[in-house]
Design a protein around this ligand. Structure first.
Ligand SMILES: [Zn+2]
Length: 271
């Protein structure tokens, strides 16, 4: 027997922990069991766009990325593995968060899922940067090892901040220092002795710009702020951020591929 789809709720009727965007007025799923959350993949509601805008790229990345990584040319296999996991990580947590956020477990389940979503974003920041650090400091092995360790240590602190933050602004702030660390690497490539393809830098700068712009759009809730209710199902700030995150991952992938191809013909200058 096909069960009828549940009646969707307005903003004021949804539980308070799900009232995070007052400009999305309709289309809220009622509190649901895990099975009912999964069934919501097949009817329209205001989280469907969020689920599929990360769900479809997840499967595409999972299947296609291994074919585009030049495994034989990568000097250390860990770079390829870390890069692959980095590209997958933000979409996994995000899909789980958006599918099950209205679970009957309430605010506790919601907070856990939100932390998982944030953890995925932290992971792409952290893992995605390791190949960049590795290649930039290729000719300074001691500094390279130290920088990788410092970055992992600081990332653990960033993960703690991002997963325990209570507001979007605080969550965004947890990522700022990672962006600054990467920016200092880019400066070392341009003005110092950092290694790396001249073409990858542009791709990495676009990557960070897209990610930050996406985060900003999500915080300021544009365009739905101007016409509340019009973007309930499609085109709201959170979906725009999702698309920008996917574009950012694609630029990370292109930049890393560019570096990996470049580095195999590179010799560090003699002392
Ligand atoms: Zn999301």
């Amino acid at each position: 027997m096909v069960r009828p789809r549940p009646r969707l709720l307005d903003f004021t009727k949804t539980p308070s922990h799900l009232q995070f965007n007052k400009y999305v007025l309709t289309g809220y799923r009622p509190v649901s069991t895990a099975h009912e959350c999964v069934r919501s993949l097949f009817y329209m509601h205001n989280e469907l766009g969020n689920i599929y805008s990360h769900g479809i790229p997840f499967f595409l990345f999972l299947v296609l990325l291994p074919f585009s990584i030049p495994w034989r040319e990568v000097d250390s296999i860990w770079i390829g593995v870390v890069h692959y996991l980095a590209c997958l990580s933000p979409t996994v947590g995000s899909v789980l968060y958006h599918v099950f956020m209205n679970h009957v477990g309430g605010e506790h389940v919601y907070d856990t899922l939100l932390s998982l979503d944030m953890f995925g974003v932290c992971l792409v920041n952290t893992l995605g940067a390791l190949p960049i650090i590795h290649i930039t400091l290729l000719c300074f092995p001691t500094v390279q090892q130290a920088a990788l360790l410092v970055y992992i240590f600081l990332s653990a602190y960033g993960i703690y901040c991002a997963t325990t933050a209570r507001t979007n602004v605080l969550r965004l702030r947890a990522f700022v220092w990672q962006v600054m660390f990467r920016f200092s690497l880019f400066l070392f490539r341009v003005y110092g002795s950092g290694a790396g393809s001249p073409d990858s830098l542009r791709l990495f700068v676009i990557m960070d710009s897209l990610a930050m712009l996406g985060g900003l759009v999500n915080v300021i809730q544009i365009p739905e702020r101007f016409v509340p209710g019009l973007f309930d199902n499609w085109g709201n700030s959170h979906q725009i951020m999702h698309v920008m995150v996917i574009c950012s991952i694609i630029y990370l992938h292109w930049g890393t591929l560019e570096d990996l191809t470049w580095v195999k013909n590179y010799q560090c200058p003699a002392e």
